[in-house]
Design a protein. Structure first.
Length: 355
């Protein structure tokens, strides 16, 4: 049985009002794996929160390990971001300590930083370069090392958020465990790759890249595979075809080939990128879950209705994907670019019927 991301989002405690609104909207659009393609403009409109506050909310959610985000590009220009929600089950994994600041995270220190140490800004490449050189010359025990430790504590959760998220997803660690382990790797990289970082045009970028690569190796699960002899597997009492039907999941990450063409055609026809992804995801789920009633289901589906999709638009969307019920119109598998563009315009026009 699939999990409900909206229900999960309501249960995440300790968030600010803006963070709660943003998280719930992303959860509403997420696929079964918690992946969302969403524009910031959509979050502003859907939540009623100011654009600057949305960015602050996203940064706070990312620092707490609730989500991670990655920039996307379409036609050489920045497109809607890709968000991944992370199933955090305990308060300690997602919430800062009561006496911590807004952007702080509850993690064990990698290197004890004195209170007087001032953290570097992520934009300060020259400052990082000088700090690394001085820390190396002092044997990683002086004021520069303290400054580097303070920097890890203050900006590490955001700068290395992707590596922390992967640790939670693929290595089974809590947020605190993944953060501490990632900070340890970052400190090791600073010591062992000092010359490479100092000579780099952008020390921050190179530091982050190396940390991500080493954390990717940490989280690589291919090394735990074992050979299995099917004949030696224990009998579970079921033969092929005797098991119960399971939920059918469609993931945003499965969108390639025809599905990607469909999304692109809808965007080119004037549909918002957020709706094109979320709506196509839902239509694809309906298409594979009940083939005999999928057109009717697309016309009455409450989730499509919640996205602002009218019954006519839902049915047209399904026809665009799988063809008409009687085969008069073919699916996107048979459509050329012109036919696909025409079908996309029909969907977009059905979204806003004439008054």
């Amino acid at each position: 049985m699939s999990m409900s991301w909206p229900v999960w989002a309501r249960g995440v405690k300790g968030l600010t009002p803006s963070q709660s609104l943003v998280l719930f909207e992303l959860a509403r659009l997420a696929d079964a794996r918690g992946v969302v393609i969403c524009a910031v403009e959509h979050l502003v409109e859907a939540t009623g929160v100011a654009r600057r506050s949305v960015f602050r909310a996203l940064a706070g959610l990312e620092e707490r390990g609730v989500l991670s985000r990655k920039m996307r590009y379409r036609g050489g220009k920045q497109a809607s971001s890709r968000f991944v929600l992370h199933w955090v089950t305990t308060r300690s994994q997602a919430i800062v300590s009561d006496d911590a600041g807004e952007g702080a995270v509850a993690v064990e220190p990698v290197v004890e930083a004195c209170e007087s140490a001032v953290a570097l800004r992520i934009s300060d490449n020259e400052g990082l370069r000088r700090t690394l050189e001085q820390a190396a010359s002092e044997g990683w025990r002086g004021a520069a090392a303290q400054c580097l430790a303070a920097t890890l504590h203050q900006v590490g959760a955001r700068q290395f958020s992707s590596a922390i998220s992967r640790g939670m997803q693929f290595s089974g660690m809590s947020y605190s465990e993944a953060a501490c382990d990632t900070y340890g790797i970052a400190w090791e990289v600073a010591i062992t790759c000092t010359e490479q970082l100092v000579e780099a045009l952008s020390p921050w970028a190179v530091w982050t890249t190396i940390v991500n690569r080493r954390c990717f190796a940490r989280d690589d699960v291919s090394g735990v595979e074992e050979l299995v002899e099917p004949a030696m597997m224990p009998e579970m009492g079921l033969r092929p075809g005797m098991g119960q039907d399971s939920d059918v999941w469609v993931s945003v990450d499965d969108f390639s080939g025809p599905l990607a063409r469909l999304v692109e055609a809808l965007i080119d026809a004037g549909m918002s990128e957020t709706l094109a992804w979320a709506g196509t995801l839902r239509v694809a789920e309906l298409a594979v879950s009940d083939a005999s009633r999928r057109h009717r289901a697309a016309g009455v589906d409450p989730r499509l209705s919640d996205l602002g999709v009218s019954p006519d638009a839902g049915r047209a969307w399904m026809t665009m994907l799988v063809g008409s019920r009687r085969g008069v119109k073919g699916s996107i598998l048979d459509a050329d670019d012109e036919s696909l563009a025409l079908a996309a315009r029909e969907v977009v026009e059905a979204l806003t019927p004439a008054a």
